[in-house]
Each structure stands twice: as C-alpha cells, then as structure tokens.
Design a protein around this ligand. Structure first.
Ligand SMILES: *Cc1c(COP(=O)(O)O)cnc(C)c1O
Length: 400
C-alpha cells in the first residue's frame, strides 16, 4: 500500500478486517492490484458484478446516462426506470416494481408492504415468519428478519414482529402460524448461511401453507436473482411463484440498485407510503437496464448454466481427490464443504496465488464468478483452488 493510502486508513470506521491488498482496476473476471498483480475474482463484490468488472455494457450505459440526466428526483417519471420496471415485470410473474438502492432497503419495503397488506386485508396481521441463519440485510428491521446468530442482541432491542422457523422443515413453519401471521419470508437459497438450497418440496409446501392460511410468500432474491443460479430468477426453477420478491446485488451489476416486486393483488402502497431520495434514479436504472438486457439476450444464461456445470464438476472432482465434503448450489452460486474449519486459511492461500474466494462459514467456501466468465477461467480457478486447499492443509497440519 502506498504511504498515501496508509496515511488515510485511520479515517475509516473499522467495520471490516481487510487484507493489505489494494485493487486499482478490474476487467471481466479479473482484478489488478497496485503492483499490477492480477487475481481471478470468484467473489465479484459478493455476487454483485454479474457481468464481471467494468463491463462495457454498464460503463457505456452509465456514461451515456450521466451525460443525459443523472437524477431529476423521485417525484418525476424518468425513462430508464420505466423501461427497467417494464422489463422486470415482462420477465417475471410480478406486476409492480419499486426501486431502491440496497438489498436491505428492498427487503424493508417488502416488510412494509406485507404489514400494510395485513392491516388492510387480514385484521392487522403483521408477523413475518423467517428462518434461522437467514440473511436479509443490516437495517434494524432486516436484521430482526434475519436469523444470524447474535443479531437479536447486537443492537437491542430488536424490531418486533419476526418469528424464526427451521429452513427446509415445513412442520416448524406450520407450528408458528397464528392469527398475527401475515407472511413467510425466505431466500430460495440461503447464501450467507453457506449456499443452502431450499428443497422443491419445501417451497411447494410453503406455497400451499400460504394459500391455505391466506399468507404472503416473500422471496428474498437479492443474491439468487438476476441469473446467479442459472435462471433469471431462482423461483423460476422451483415452479413456485411468490407474491413478493426482492432483488439487489446483480441487478445493478456493481452500482447500488435494488427492487421490490409485487403481484397486483398485494401491491397496496399508496402515494406517500414508500419512497427515497435515490429511488429509481435514471443513472442506476440505466445500468440495471443494461444488465437485464444482457442477461435475457439469446444464449447468455445457457452459457452461465454451462459454466456452472463445469465449475460444479470440477469441485466434485476436487472433493473426491482431496477427500473434502459436499458440493452445493446451482448456476454460479456454489459452495464446497472443506471437511474442517479451513475456510479463512484457504481464502488467504488462494489470494496469495491470485484467486479471490469467500468463506461464508469456517468450514465452507462460496464460489460466485462473473456470470459471463470463460470456460478457460473456470479451469484456471479450479487449479488455483486445488493448490490453495493443499497449501492450507499443509499449513494447518503441524498444529493439529
Ligand atoms: C446481500 C444480501 C442482502 C443485503 O443486501 P445489501 O445490498 O447489502 O443491503 C439481503 N438479502 C440477501 C439474500 C443478500 O444476499
């Protein structure tokens, strides 16, 4: 790090432990540090850069829009937000879209919409059943909706109105349903929990419970949406249609853009209920438009699914060769169980050799390459990953 950057460090709140490595440029699947070393990036800003680093489609959209109209304010219509809302409703089962800037903000909107619907149609029901180990964001309400261990006391008192069931256990959900219940909220694949997919039977069971008890089914697709799991939206692979869905991360391809989508029957916000200074600004919506048009172009997601199969196959081979654990996930949201708490050691060894990885849990890795990564890059990453796991194990052995 340069003396300049070193000098500036104490000015930042220390909210994360960061490596010394300092990135100055990105290109597709690759990041470059100050020394000009390149790293294959399988984190991509936590599944945010679905088209890789600095893609021409997004750079051109942003540059063109920046020269045309950045933000007239949320009290006026603008063309990119209208076009993006039309695309999202055309390609999904939803009728209405509200744009925001982060996944947490979109989920806050989903919670508000469900509470408003409950007040109007269900005797003031407001409670949302969520799941242990779920992740929905870092605002106070989305922290309460999340099931991250320790989060109920971190900034106590927590926002009331959230119950917690066990993921993939339908009986545990049913047991929590009462007169105050308004909906069920979940990630179709629990991302931060270590890429834990909901089973199709579980999702079908939730839909049936919601239909029987007149509850809203809310899918948080902030991580799974926008092509990450190989479909445009993960719910499409399950055949289960939620009433409300949220998007974030990949939707802006790297710029802050999220969305709350609802079916017309539950879309009950009235003017004044919901909003925000940056909501639906044309600059980020132009980026979102470039993302959705790229993802829905002929052959794009088919290629993503193919890369996903290649990566999953490679992980299975690695697991068999090195005696590791399960490979989970679909598309380019995959996890590898390491069989021991080697996650951070593998992440460090991989970084030293030029591969960026994420370990959401101490015993597993999460792989989130750019959706348009090349087959060759999957091969390069797998071979770097193999070396990193072997190095981390050798390092760990003397201490065991
Ligand atoms: C990342 C994430 C969020 C939070 O998104 P932010 O943009 O960080 O607020 C919410 N839900 C899921 C499933 C996520 O993966």
């Amino acid at each position: 790090m340069s003396p300049d950057a070193e000098h500036c460090l104490p000015s930042l709140m220390p909210i994360a432990r960061r490596p010394e490595t300092f990135f100055v440029r990105g290109e597709g699947a690759w990041l470059f540090d100050r020394e000009g070393r390149r790293y294959l990036d399988w984190v991509q800003g936590w599944a945010v850069n679905c088209l890789g680093h600095a893609p021409a489609a997004i750079a051109d959209a942003l540059a063109g829009q920046a020269r045309t109209l950045i933000n007239p304010g949320p009290a006026f219509y603008n063309l990119p937000s209208l076009q993006l809302a039309e695309r999202l409703t055309r390609h999904s089962v939803f009728d209405h879209v509200f744009f925001a800037s982060s996944g947490a903000e979109a989920n806050e909107g989903a919670i508000k919409l469900a509470r408003k619907w409950g007040r109007r149609h269900k005797d003031g029901a407001y409670e949302i059943i969520g799941f242990h180990n779920a992740f929905h964001g870092r605002t106070l309400a989305t922290m309460a909706a999340s099931g991250k261990p320790g989060w109920d006391t971190l900034f106590a008192p927590p926002v009331p109105g959230f119950a917690k069931a066990t993921y993939n256990d339908l009986a545990s959900v049913e047991a929590l349903i009462g007169p105050a219940t308004v909906g069920i909220m979940l990630e179709p694949v629990q991302g931060e929990a270590g890429v834990i997919p909901a089973t199709p039977e579980f999702l079908r069971g939730l839909r049936a419970l919601c239909d029987r008890h007149d509850l809203l089914l809310i899918f948080d697709e902030v991580q799974t949406g926008c092509g990450r799991t190989g479909e445009l939206f993960a719910y499409q692979a399950s055949g289960v249609e939620p009433d409300i869905m949220t998007l974030g991360k990949g939707l802006g391809g790297g710029v802050p853009l999220s969305a709350l989508l609802a079916r017309e029957a539950v879309s009950c916000f009235e003017p004044g209920d919901q909003g925000g200074t940056y909501c639906g600004n044309p600059l980020v919506c132009a980026a979102g438009l470039a993302v959705i048009d790229t993802l829905t172009a002929d052959g794009f997601l088919a290629a993503t699914r193919e890369r996903g199969r290649e990566l999953a196959d490679g992980l299975h081979r690695l697991s068999a060769e090195l005696g590791l654990g399960e490979v989970r996930g679909s598309g380019l949201l995959l996890a590898l169980e390491l069989g021991a708490d080697l996650g951070s050691a593998v992440v460090e060894a991989a970084r030293d050799s030029g591969l960026l990885l994420n370990s959401p849990r101490p015993h597993c890795l999460r792989l989130m390459p750019a959706l348009n990564t090349a087959a060759e890059e999957i091969g390069i990453g797998l071979s770097l990953l193999r070396g990193a796991i072997i190095a981390a194990r050798q390092h760990a052995e003397p201490r065991q």
